[in-house]
Ligand binder design. Structure first.
Ligand code: SF4
Length: 428
C-alpha cells in the first residue's frame, strides 16, 4: 500500500487515464489459489504465512463450495523464531506431512506472503531442498502471493510463471497452440471443440487439469491468453521463443469471436470458416442476452479496480448490453495485452489504473451508478448505502468466457440490479 497520490492523464485512444497510487482495497495474490487448486487436481498449495493469510483464504474461499481443499497455511509469520534454520525445519516438517498424507499430489507450491519473517526465508532454496527429497514423485515450486508484490489475480500470473520453465520442450507432439490462463473445464471443452472444428487439433491448455501433465511445446508453438492478468507469464513464454497471438479476451459474443478469429488468422484458417462454425453458438448467445439487455440498457455501471478483467467486462456490458460506463478501474493496465479491448471502449470513457480508494469512492458517489463492480471489502459498505454491487471475485470464479456462457455472464450483472429494485418496491 502506498500513499503517494498522482493523477497523470495519458492518451491511449479511449480518453485520458487516471493513474492513482494511493491506498487500495484489493485482495492479495493468495486469492488465486482458490481457483488454481480446483483446476490442477494433483497440486497442493502451502501458504507460508501468518494467521491473517489463513483468515483471508477462509473468507475468500467461503464464497464458494469445495469438497476437500488442497491448500493450507504454515503459520510462520507470528512465531517467535530462534533462527531461520528453525523455520526451514518447520517448513520441511509441514511439507512432509502434507505429502505423506496425500499420495496423489504431484506438485507442491510453496506460496510466499508478506510477513517479514516469511520474506527472510529463501523459498526457492526450500523448494529445491524439498523437491530433491521427494523426487521423482513430487515437484516442489515456489511463487509469491504476497500483497506487497501481487494483487488478487496476479497470484495466477506468478504461479504460472513458476511453471513455465518446466514445460517440456519439443517432445514428439508439441502443441501448436497453447491457451494460457485458468478456464473452467466446461469452457475449455467448448473452445477445444471449436478449435478442432477449425482444424487446429493440437491445442493445450495451461495450466492443465493435472499439474503432472504439463503440455509439451516446440519452436512452432503459438500462445494466446484467455485471461488478461498474465503479463509476466506471457513475457516468460515469449522469452522461450513462443509467438504471442494478439487478440481481445474471449468475453461476450464480440470478444469470443475476435479471440477465435485471431487464432484462425495465425493458423491460416479463413474468416469465412470461422463465421460458418460460430454462427449457431453466436445465435444462441444473442438470444440468451436479449432479456438481460432489455433490463440493463441505459443502466450506469462503475468498475472499481480488482481483477484486471474490468476492461473486457466493460466492453461486454457496454457493447452487448447497452450499459453506460461511468468509470472503468483496473489495478494494472498492460496496454499491449489489452490493446484490442481498449480499442473497443467508447470514446472518452473514464479509465483509471491503480487506486486511491477515498477519491474513487467520492467519484463513484458523484456518478450515481446503478451497479458497482468491486471487491468484497467495498461491497458491504456500498450495499449499506443502497448501492447495488457485484463482487468482482465472482466474475473470476464463474465460467464466463465463450458464447455459451454469455447469458450467464449477463445474468451476473442483472441479478443485483433486480434485487435492489425488489428491495426498493418492498420499502416503498
Ligand atoms: S499475503 Fe499479505 S496481504 Fe495477503 S493475507 Fe497474507 S499478510 Fe495479508
Amino acid at each position: 500500500m502506498s500513499t503517494t497520490r498522482s493523477a497523470i492523464p495519458i492518451r491511449d485512444g479511449t480518453g485520458p487515464t487516471l493513474i492513482e497510487r494511493g491506498q487500495r482495497e484489493v485482495f492479495c495474490g493468495l486469492t488465486g489459489i482458490i481457483w488454481l487448486h480446483r483446476k490442477m487436481q494433483d497440486a497442493f498449495f502451502l501458504i507460508i504465512g501468518s494467521r491473517t493469510c489463513a483468515h483471508l483464504m477462509q473468507s475468500a474461499a467461503g464464497v464458494m463450495i469445495f469438497a476437500e481443499p488442497r491448500f493450507a497455511t504454515a503459520i510462520i509469520g507470528e512465531r517467535d523464531l530462534a533462527g531461520l534454520s528453525d523455520a526451514h525445519e518447520e517448513l520441511d516438517r509441514v511439507a512432509d506431512e502434507v505429502l505423506n498424507s496425500r499420495p496423489h499430489i504431484r506438485t507442491l507450491f510453496l506460496v510466499g506472503s508478506c510477513p517479514s519473517e516469511v520474506i527472510k526465508l529463501d523459498l526457492q532454496r526450500a523448494a529445491e531442498r524439498i523437491s530433491a527429497r521427494w523426487q521423482p514423485r513430487v515437484k516442489v515450486l515456489n511463487y509469491s502471493g504476497s500483497g506487497i508484490e501481487t494483487t488478487f489475480t496476479q497470484g495466477e500470473d506468478t504461479c504460472l510463471q513458476a511453471l513455465v520453465p518446466h514445460l517440456p520442450l519439443s517432445g514428439d507432439q508439441p502443441a501448436e497452440l497453447l491457451v494460457v490462463g485458468t478456464l473452467a473445464d466446461v469452457v475449455e471443452d467448448q473452445f477445444r471443440q471449436l478449435l478442432k472444428d477449425m482444424g487446429i487439433a493440437k491445442v493445450a491448455f495451461f495450466p492443465p487439469r493435472r499439474s503432472a501433465d504439463l503440455p509439451a511445446i516446440g519452436p512452432g508453438t503459438r500462445f494466446i491468453l484467455a485471461q488478461p492478468f498474465l503479463s509476466d507469464t506471457a513475457r516468460s513464454l515469449q522469452a522461450m521463443g513462443m509467438e504471442w497471438i494478439a487478440a481481445p479476451f474471449p468475453i461476450g459474443i464480440e470478444g469470443t469471436t475476435g479471440w477465435l478469429q485471431a487464432i484462425a488468422r495465425a493458423h491460416g484458417v479463413t474468416d469465412d470458416t470461422v463465421d460458418r462454425l460460430v454462427a449457431a453458438p453466436k445465435a444462441r448467445a444473442l438470444k440468451s442476452l436479449a432479456s438481460h439487455k432489455a433490463a440493463l440498457e441505459g443502466k450506469r455501471i462503475f468498475f472499481f479496480p480488482d481483477s484486471q478483467l474490468e476492461v473486457p467486462l466493460a466492453c461486454f456490458v457496454h457493447r452487448e448490453l447497452g450499459m453506460v460506463l461511468t468509470e472503468v478501474g483496473t489495478p494494472y493496465l498492460n496496454r499491449q495485452l489489452m490493446a484490442r479491448d481498449l480499442a473497443r471502449l467508447p470514446d472518452g470513457v473514464v479509465l483509471s489504473e491503480g487506486q486511491d480508494v477515498d477519491r474513487q469512492l467520492d467519484r463513484c458517489q458523484a456518478a450515481q451508478p446503478d451497479l458497482v463492480v468491486c471487491g468484497l471489502g467495498l461491497a458491504n459498505p456500498l450495499e449499506a448505502q443502497g448501492v447495488a454491487t457485484k463482487w468482482s471475485i465472482e466474475l473470476v470464479f464463474s465460467p464466463i468466457q465463450g458464447y455459451e456462457q454469455a447469458g450467464d455472464l449477463a445474468a451476473l450483472f442483472h441479478r443485483p440490479i433486480k434485487r435492489r429494485q425488489l428491495l426498493g418496491q418492498d420499502q416503498a
